[in-house]
Design a protein around this ligand. Sequence first.
Ligand SMILES: [Zn+2]
Length: 225
Amino acid sequence: MSGTVSDQPDGRSAARPLLAAVTLPCGADIDLLFEQVADGRGADQDAHQRQCVHCQAALSEFSALWDPFAELAATPVPAPPGLVAAVMSQIRTLVRDIWYTLEVTENGVIRIAARIVAALARDCAQMIPGVRVALGRSTHDKIAALAEKSTLGHRHPHAAVGVLGRTAVVDLAVAVTDDDPVHRVARDIQRQVIATLRDQVGLQSVTVNVTVDDIIDDDEADATG
Ligand SMILES: [Zn+2]
């Protein structure tokens, strides 16, 4: 006996999906991700989640929303049901279009397409000294490839960004020159892409994963150029 589902007298299941089974581009179930955060297991990520920009953005945004209530839930007095409903309603608004950021201002809402976030991140990375090529994705990864495929289906060709609310997770694959220490170039990319996205998109939480896939001999590059 599982004890999770109890049937109503009219025969319908009482276990309603909280968010009407909304899924992320990678196929992850939003309900399950929210449950994971609400149960305090947000940091306890599985193999897919550790590699998936969409899941990471969702877990991070949900954690930020849920944090104030996690404290309440930990006290002997249970959190008033109205508070939980308020968070759920906020999340429902956030996931209405998972291909856009969402900022609620006093004058209305601002949505910025995920592909703009990806393009800004890529252009910013490409301007950094020592970076030759910046692609909006990791080049070898089954999950990245899967996310890429689902993204193409949505006509958003830059799969390497997961956005939700004011959170973004960006995957960048780069080739660097051999002039500077590779890890320093990678850190420069992280710092500057984060600053650019905060400044230009108004994001609050930005994670930038950098994969260095190739190193290019700068003399060779100059000789051919
Ligand atoms: Zn995912």
